[in-house]
Design a protein around this ligand. Structure first.
Ligand SMILES: Cc1cc2nc3c(=O)[nH]c(=O)nc-3n(C[C@H](O)[C@H](O)[C@H](O)COP(=O)(O)OP(=O)(O)OC[C@H]3O[C@@H](n4cnc5c(N)ncnc54)[C@H](O)[C@@H]3O)c2cc1C
Ligand SMILES: NC(=O)c1ccc[n+]([C@@H]2O[C@H](COP(=O)([O-])OP(=O)(O)OC[C@H]3O[C@@H](n4cnc5c(N)ncnc54)[C@H](OP(=O)(O)O)[C@@H]3O)[C@@H](O)[C@H]2O)c1
Ligand code: HEM
Length: 480
């Protein structure tokens, strides 16, 4: 093959081909330059992360010659000079100091400004920090973001718990530029819309487990109520009426009543809003009208209610496991054996008691097994691997089976105790009876909703059918 032919082949450029250069001879791609105003904690961590990812960083500072130690490779200049050199500027300065930006407005015209600021309290200012920044520098494109991350997270890189960056802003291009940069840093981006969402983003870091608050309050309230109810009925009653001090029972016996009762009540409170929602939808004949706020809030915290309920069930099972090794129980068993020997009498084996106890243990174990399954399926790694139908089958259908088993376990435990007048100390019903009220009512209502004609109507409504068509509403409105 001639040398001419070879050289012409090498010059031929195929569309999908990649030009290869010997190592060290290729021109390095120009690294993008980003600007950070403020050399404080967040500014330094962010700069370090950006440099590690391959960006060039320039800081804008009040004291370019005397600011503290900065990440290796970063430059530092006056605010005006730094702003001019980059098209994207991070505002790592507290809101109270933003007024200096007004003078810099001409230098910041057309630039993307990322507002990372947070406040110490909710509703501290009338206007969100990002909206205030946009007002100070009207010619710029403000994007709110990164404020939900700590300086520590930025320094160490995203972890599973802190991987999300929320963004909002009025310019789609500006948001796109910030989103691409955040993705390069390893974060996943969630777009929350226009700059009017900034206040919501600024409130995020001030919230402490907001969705757990109501379930925790409920758990605390129920535990306190049942603790004192049972303390009065079991311990104080024995002390006052029988002059017996059985206060030691607070530690295990009383706890092992309070925990399962709270667990069963909370489990039924997970499913009660679904029933109320179904009744409302049937009554209104449409699914398109909003639920009342209290029902919405209740629906939204069902996962947390369920997980807390599972926690109480775990405690009940652990307390139950230690029953055989308790001093009080071993003492009672040996005392009963000795008295039988002394009296030379053997207690008859009672098959009904054997059936009853074995049955309530067995049903309790089945209920607990399903309970745990519900808990496992709510782990994000598991629920992400399930289709919506599979998840809803476990949570809704198996959830009702769980509730049924746990309720049945409690009925079997109670057996005929409700017939004995001695059960109603000081005219109060035993705790287990109270715990059966909500789940029993719920299961009856669920059965009613499963009656074919009711179920058919509800399914149609949930598929979008409406009893009153919107046209009818318009006609009525016109007539009135
Ligand atoms: C241990 C444990 C863990 C749990 N984990 C979770 C969890 O991870 N996530 C979770 O959400 N819950 C969780 N729960 C709570 C509970 O299991 C679920 O909320 C369950 O789906 C409730 O079932 P439901 O049949 O009452 O209601 P749903 O499944 O909500 O509803 C029943 C039907 O109503 C429809 N429907 C519901 N809401 C509406 C609506 N607004 N408009 C129209 N139709 C509607 C549904 O499509 C469905 O067909 C958990 C509970 C426990 C005990
Ligand atoms: N720290 C975090 O974990 C974190 C997390 C999320 C959001 N944020 C937000 O990030 C911003 C910065 O927080 P930070 O923790 O880095 O604060 P910081 O450590 O106090 O640093 C703020 C920087 O702002 C500059 N500055 C101070 N007074 C100024 C003034 N009068 N005029 C102009 N610039 C001034 C200073 O830099 P120069 O001296 O170089 O000018 C200072 O280093 C805040 O809005 C905060 O809400 C912080
Ligand atoms: C491994 C599974 C379970 C076992 C072995 C078990 C066992 C028991 C035992 C031994 C008792 C009697 C306690 C006593 O004498 O005070 C009891 C009571 C009770 N259990 Fe369970 N249980 C199990 C799971 C559950 C679950 C999942 C629930 C549902 C939340 C539940 C709800 C109750 C209730 C409400 C009582 C009555 C408490 C009282 O008033 O004394 N149990 N269970």
């Amino acid at each position: 093959m001639s040398t001419d032919r070879l050289s012409s082949m090498s010059k031929e450029v195929k569309p999908e081909s990649v030009e290869l250069c010997p190592l060290g001879t290729a021109a390095a791609p120009e690294q993008e330059l980003l600007c950070i105003f403020g050399t404080g904690d967040l500014g330094r961590s962010l700069g370090q992360r950006l440099l590690q990812t391959g960006y060039r960083v320039v800081y804008g500072s009040r004291r370019p010659h005397s600011c503290g130690p900065l990440p290796k490779g970063a430059q530092v200049m006056s605010h005006a000079a730094a702003a001019q050199s980059a098209s994207l500027v991070f505002m790592c300065v507290h809101r109270v100091h933003y007024n200096f930006l007004e003078m810099l407005a001409p230098h910041l015209r057309g630039k993307v400004l990322v507002d990372v600021s947070n406040n110490l309290k909710k509703n501290l200012y009338q206007e969100a920090n990002a909206e205030y920044l946009q007002r100070l520098v009207p010619g710029s494109h403000v994007v709110k973001g990164f404020n939900t991350l700590s300086a520590w997270t930025l320094q160490n890189g995203p972890s599973d718990a802190n991987r999300q960056v929320y963004l909002c802003g009025n310019s789609a291009e500006a948001k796109q530029a910030v989103a691409e940069m955040a993705t390069k840093l390893g974060f996943s981006v969630l777009d929350r819309g226009s700059l009017s969402a900034a206040r919501e983003l600024e409130d995020f870091p001030l919230q402490l487990f907001p969705e757990w608050r109501l379930p925790l309050k409920l758990a605390f309230g129920l535990t306190t109520f049942f603790f004192f109810y049972l303390l009065i009925r079991d311990i104080i009653y024995a002390y006052v009426e029988q002059k017996k001090d059985i206060s030691f029972r607070i530690m295990v016996s009383l706890a092992n009543k309070v925990f399962p009762i709270v667990s069963l009540t909370m489990l039924s409170l997970c499913y009660l809003p679904g029933i109320i929602a179904a009744i409302l939808q049937l009554y209104r004949g449409t699914k398109y009208r909003r639920f009342p706020d209290w029902l919405d809030r209740w629906m939204l915290c069902r996962k947390q209610l369920g997980l807390l309920a599972l926690g109480f069930a775990f405690l009940h099972v652990l307390y139950t496991l230690i029953i055989p090794i308790r001093y009080y129980v071993r003492f009672k068993i040996s005392a009963s054996t000795i008295s039988q020997i002394k009296e030379n009498k053997t207690k008859e084996f009672d098959p009904t008691t054997a059936w009853r106890t074995d049955s309530y243990y067995a049903v309790g174990i089945l209920g607990f097994g399903l309970y745990v399954l519900l808990g496992i399926s709510s782990l994000p790694s598991v629920s992400n691997a399930l289709s919506w139908r599979e998840f809803s089958f476990i949570q809704s259908k198996l959830g009702y089976v769980t509730l049924f088993f746990c309720t049945f376990h409690t009925y079997l435990y109670g057996w005929d105790k409700f017939l004995r007048p001695s059960s109603y100390k000081w005219y109060t019903p035993p705790g287990y009876m109270l715990s059966l009220v909500v789940p029993s009512a719920l299961l009856v209502l669920k059965l009613l909703l499963l009656v074919p004609c009711v179920d058919r109507s509800l399914t149609r409504i949930r598929q979008g059918w409406e009893r009153t068509q919107p046209d009818d509403d318009n006609k009525t409105a016109l007539l009135t």
